[in-house]
Ligand binder design. Sequence first.
Ligand code: ADP
Length: 476
Amino acid sequence: MRAKLFWKLSFTYLLLLLAVLAAMDLYATSAPRGHLVIAALIIVVLGSIATLLVSRGFSDRVERLKNFAGRVAGGDFRPLEREDTEDELADLARALNETAARLEATISTLTNERNRSSAILGSMVEGVAVIDAKERVIFCNQAFAEILSIDAVASEGRPILEIVRQADLVSLARRALQSGEHAQGDLVIGTISPRSFDVTVAPVAALNSQVAARAPGGESGGSGARQEVPRGAVIVLHDISELRRLERVRQDFVANVSHEFKTPLTAIQGFSETLLSGALEDEKNNRRFLEIIRDHAVRLGRLTDDLLKLARIEAGKLELEFHPVALADIIESCASTSLLKASQRNLSLDVEFPPGLPPVRGDASLLREVLQNLLDNAVQYTPPGGKVVLSAATRDSEVVVTVADTGIGIPLADKERIFERFYRVDAARSREVGGTGLGLSIAKHIVEAHGGRIWVDSAVGEGSQFHFAIPLASHP
Ligand code: ADP
């Protein structure tokens, strides 16, 4: 079967040779000259026809193979039809069919792999980019493009220096490419709302024999010694803004707590030393000094209580006992608690809510604490002659409680921040009236633990309306 084609061609040429030999033989015999020429011609014509037929079939099949190779190169991997003949060309067709099938399988594996990688990279929140040894961007994912406000597609192939404005990022990439080692650093992007990123640049090492061959000393000679050089680098941007924010909050918190403790402690220390160094006998002042010491101790106690409560809430250790709660009862009881203080400050205190207020799902003592805090603030921050109104109403699937006052109001810029711990519009004034700056923060945690909301409407000099909404007990 092997050299079938060879035999076919040889056979045809043999036929031709025989024809020529026969003609020469006839020429040598005594056959009449006319017969001799005709016989020779017939033999030559028959031989030529046979040669033509064989070579035509041969060239058709080669042409088919050529077309098939062209098809495969263009990505059409449909196999060639099977041939009935058994020769080298049929073998070649089979081998090409097999190669095309393998090529198709490899390409589809690579395509799947590439689709999977780009799906993973595309869905990552981290910004990822790959650069080559010449600092050109080979690839960057959507997150990277969004973080740096660049066009992912247009950036490909361009030097990173051209598309990225962050000099720190470029120098980290350069350092990693030059040293062949990881480079890490921090990056702050944006000015109005800056975001912090942890940047890691990992060189992609590749075995590059050409570089090794050029290396001084030529140790590579013959043995194929190779040297690892970075062919590029992978840049990863990890958003650490929240981490940084929490770090800042923690630092602020420690600073605030120390500050809050310092004032009463200094006062207690100062007045007790004054008493010990003789003022104890000063009948005019000793009682007043002791009262000051007591007030500051009370304030310290309140501060510690609030801090412990806040710590418990934030650690998720607040034990809530949910029951149907009649907010009407809580409103009445808080109002009567504040009545005396309100009248001492020459304020009117009114309560307004419709009859038959439906029960909410909540922890009665914690909801009382929220309302009492809002009411104490309203009384505290409303000048004499003003008015405080406590009201409640059902809205959709919740009851909204409102504490309105005609007090000093809250500037727009501070509106959202007053629910942060220790945030006060006027810290000195708050401290003067015994505030800890933690009340609203605790209230917000409690309300949110009930699945509710708390917010404020206010105008400076006109007053504030604090609202909180708690879901109805009947609400699923
Ligand atoms: P504080 O113990 O200082 O009252 P809060 O957390 O209860 O702490 O309140 C935070 C800040 O919000 C207060 O210091 C005050 O500046 C502001 N505030 C709260 N309630 C009112 C109100 N009814 N009117 C004006 N400002 C208020």
